[in-house]
Design a protein around this ligand. Structure first.
Ligand SMILES: NC(=O)c1ccc[n+]([C@@H]2O[C@H](COP(=O)([O-])OP(=O)(O)OC[C@H]3O[C@@H](n4cnc5c(N)ncnc54)[C@H](O)[C@@H]3O)[C@@H](O)[C@H]2O)c1
Length: 258
């Protein structure tokens, strides 16, 4: 008989997870994957109507799913979201900060208002949610915060100035918060996917030969999938990653190893 049993490493039974941007392409797969591993999930998005059909799947699994329409750039709404989660569940085990946007233009043409909007959602919104979750998780003495970086957290893709700056900011916010919470039982990590086809990227991927040229730039020869990202989220949400904090887990088919 083996002396240890590792089969429960990814078990998330009765954990409470909040997923911002949970109605988006990567978010909704993360919601489903967390639910299938045992979580009760709170979906936070500007418009959660797109994923309300997940209620059936969660009911069948004996898990709760709830939906909060909120704007993560509004500190009053963020406070309300985390207050509601605590009122309903009395704890928060996992926060996945998925909400994000992009706009592609050269720096010299980049409108200031789009710079502000991207920074507000991708970086400030992530900060506001991290701040409220960190208070709760620190008091609990446990928790997992998973932020969405990107390969753009570390690569200088042309036309991605605001997005890359925001995602580099998310990575350093992740590292700083990981240090601040390192002795509190709270892990803070980021995921860095390469391109995945979702609403965020679909139009761009359809233009010219973008899809093929991006696939060629990835050593594994393909784009990522929402399932690739969901696997990383389950890992970082689970006991399997208890000694992992302050890192960027690249899910990029080797793009940044090149
Ligand atoms: N798709 C990719 O190729 C890719 C690659 C690397 C990183 N990412 C990151 O992954 C995350 C999810 O991306 P996606 O591809 O699922 O995009 P998506 O556009 O499908 O989903 C993003 C979701 O965020 C929500 N959102 C936007 N602003 C919000 C706000 N102020 N408050 C609350 N919710 C808000 C949107 O309503 C949407 O449902 C983003 O942070 C993105 O930068 C995506």
């Amino acid at each position: 008989m083996p002396s240890k049993d590792y089969r429960g490493l990814f078990d998330l039974t009765d954990k409470v997870a909040a997923v911002t941007g949970g109605a988006g392409g990567l978010g909704r797969e993360a919601v489903l994957a967390l639910g299938q591993h045992g979580c009760h999930v709170v979906v936070v998005d500007l418009d959660t109507s797109k994923v309300r059909h997940l209620e059936g799947a969660f009911g069948a699994m004996g898990r709760n799913i709830s939906f909060i329409d909120a704007d993560i750039t509004r500190s009053d709404q963020v406070l309300q979201v985390f207050g509601d989660i605590m009122k309903t569940y009395g704890k928060l085990d996992i926060l996945v900060n998925m909400a994000g946007i992009n706009k592609r233009l050269p720096v010299v043409e980049f409108p200031e208002e789009d710079w502000d909007k991207i920074m507000n959602i991708n970086l400030k919104g992530t900060f506001l949610c991290c701040k409220e979750a960190a208070k709760i998780m620190k008091a609990q003495g446990q928790g997992k915060i998973i932020n969405m970086g990107s390969v753009s957290s570390v690569l200088g893709h042309p036309n991605h100035s605001a997005y890359a700056a925001s995602k580099a900011g998310v990575l350093l916010l992740t590292k700083v918060l990981a240090m601040e919470l390192a002795t509190c039982g709270v892990n803070v990590n980021a995921i860095g996917p390469a391109y995945v086809e979702t609403d965020l990227t679909r139009d761009y991927l359809k233009m010219g030969d973008h899809y093929e040229s991006i696939a060629r730039s990835i050593p594994m020869g393909r784009l990522g999938t929402p399932e690739d990202v969901a696997g990383a989220i389950v890992y970082l949400a689970s006991k399997a990653s208890d000694f992992v904090t302050g890192t960027l887990l690249l899910v990029d088919g080797g793009r940044c190893a090149d």
